[in-house]
Design a protein around this ligand. Structure first.
Ligand code: BGC
Length: 284
């Protein structure tokens, strides 16, 4: 990745990992071989979970990450599947369950942008973004829930029968001109997550979301890779620094653990205050 631009405020030295809150559990992380997904996979593995890394492009990155995670003393393996394909998602879950025994945690993270001014936006750009970001989460959640219901609660591993974390975005609430397909997908994730949480809570399945703000990943390189862009971005971030992928990974590990057992149907914004209407800090 490119050299970080100068900033008075950075995330600081690496944090110690959370204690092994997820030992013996198996997680699937979609889009797990880069950006936020890779950081989530690492944080879950550091917390003791076995990790199935879903990806669709980038075999080397996925296999290298699986090897790195295996080095932490857990099981990890990469699974290639397009989350917008019903057949591929079903086949992936069948393989993961065959390899690991079951699935306890789904982090539905795979997502992309296909930006365009509205009248230029093609149906293909619309369908690709909705297909992966929203339908992909539906398809993966459906397979995960079938497995959670089949298996039920295993008290030695977790108080819940399963946990789903939907990766949303600040754009589930912040409208985004030029990105109507993306913002629509994230708004949809918000209501899908809450409806699912309501439906599944009686079965002891916890469904929640994380809404990241600007995180330093390949999806938004143009927003942080030059000094000018970074300074412009900081006008939107009261906390004065860009988010790092591990900022999301640590929250995901906690949210998947029993330390968050009573957290049901909530979106946790991890955005340095981006959703605080920073333009009003100086009296509007
Ligand atoms: C988008 C990024 C953007 C961030 C804040 C994310 O959901 O994927 O491109 O930088 O929101 O606007």
């Amino acid at each position: 990745m490119t050299t970080p631009v100068a900033s008075s405020h950075t995330a600081g030295p690496a944090l110690p990992p959370l204690p092994a809150l997820l030992t013996g559990q198996t997680a699937i992380v979609t889009g797990g071989n880069s950006g936020i997904g890779a950081a989530v996979a690492l944080a879950l593995a550091q917390a003791g979970a076995n990790v199935a890394i879903n990806y669709v492009v980038g075999d080397d990155a996925a296999n290298n990450l699986a090897a790195q995670l295996t080095g932490l003393g857990i099981l990890a393996k990469a699974y290639k599947a397009d989350v917008s394909s019903e057949d591929q998602v079903a086949a992936m879950f069948a393989s993961v369950i065959a390899d690991f025994g079951t699935v306890d945690i789904l982090v539905a993270n795979a997502g992309l942008q296909r930006d365009a001014a509205f009248t230029q936006m093609t149906l293909a750009q619309w369908n690709t973004v909705l297909g992966i970001n929203l339908t992909g989460q539906f398809l993966c959640a459906r397979e995960a829930v079938k497995e959670f219901l089949r298996r039920g609660v295993v008290p030695e591993r977790s108080r819940a029968a399963g946990k789903i974390i939907c990766m949303s975005s600040v754009h589930q609430v912040i409208p985004w001109a030029g990105h109507v397909n993306y913002a629509t997908s994230k708004g949809g994730i918000h209501m899908m997550m809450e409806s699912l949480a309501q439906e599944l809570a009686p079965q002891r399945i916890r469904v929640n979301a994380i809404a990241p703000g600007a995180i330093r990943t390949p999806i938004n390189t143009e927003a942080w890779s030059t000094q000018e862009a970074y300074d412009r971005l900081m006008t939107l971030v009261p906390y004065g620094r860009i988010g790092e992928p591990e900022d999301i990974g640590q929250v995901a590990a906690w949210l998947a653990s029993d330390h968050a057992d009573y957290v049901v149907g909530t979106t946790i914004f991890v955005d340095g205050g981006m959703t605080l209407y920073p333009g009003f800090a100086t009296n509007g």
